[in-house]
Design a protein around this ligand. Structure first.
Ligand code: URA
Length: 223
């Protein structure tokens, strides 16, 4: 998808930001959505982030993957899942027979929430709260309307909150297709960072195999 943003689209997004018109005029194209996310002030997270990170992928992808929020590297690059969690995601997709270029990849929250303990330089991830997920749901809903995926995969609990609008624990909801309206279904699975954090090798292998199975299940639903 081209990330070129025309001057008109950029001006419209700037106007909407300045005049607080977001709710009155949701984006009508992927280009508008990208411009809007980059300028978004719907919650306070923009203050500490380098930029808003919009989703990316084919404009009419059958499969949409939703993560939590951009990490340190995504915040700098302006693209989702390009850091360590992205490498786990890519490995899972490959094992599940899904080409990353065929899926639309986005996040429940579009700005990087973090803290820098004791004045250091390292930016440590902080989980977005429910208010931030709700504020950003406006963008996720816009992406869902524009892309119209057949299947949405929620990667972890924060993504599930963004997709369903209510707490949907991963453990109790994995492995099944959940109707989300608009002729779309959702699948819940682990967040790739959860797999990275598991220190027990056997548990890590098992969870990765389940992650791959969930992605393959979603791929099957999307055809
Ligand atoms: N984690 C996410 O949830 N999304 C990203 O884009 C990167 C890491």
């Amino acid at each position: 998808m081209s990330e070129e943003i025309s001057t008109n689209v950029l001006r419209a997004a700037q106007r909407a930001t300045r005049d607080g018109e977001w709710n009155a005029s949701p984006p009508t194209s992927i280009q508008e959505m990208i411009a809007g996310v980059r300028l978004c002030r719907r919650c306070g997270l923009w203050r500490q982030a380098t930029q808003g990170v919009p989703g990316e992928g084919p404009a009419k992808a059958a499969l949409m993957l939703v993560g939590e929020q951009p990490g340190d590297q995504e915040d700098v690059a302006g693209r989702p899942f390009v850091g360590p969690a992205g490498r786990v995601l890519d490995a899972g997709l490959e094992r599940a027979g899904v080409a990353r270029g065929d899926v639309y990849v986005t996040n429940a929250v579009k700005h990087f929430k973090h803290e820098t303990p004791s004045g250091g330089k390292r930016r440590l991830h902080k989980t977005p709260d429910a208010g931030e997920v709700t504020a950003c749901r406006w963008w996720l809903d816009a992406e869902r309307r524009l892309v119209r995926p057949r299947v949405i995969v929620a990667l972890g609990a924060t993504a599930a909150l963004g997709v369903f609008g209510r707490a949907t624990p991963v453990g109790r909801n994995r492995g099944r297709a959940i109707d989300v309206g608009d002729r779309a279904r959702a699948v819940v699975t682990y967040h790739p960072s959860y797999l990275l954090r598991l220190s027990d090798e056997a548990a890590k292998r098992r969870a990765f195999a389940e992650f791959v199975a969930d992605l393959a299940f979603a791929r099957g639903l999307a055809v």
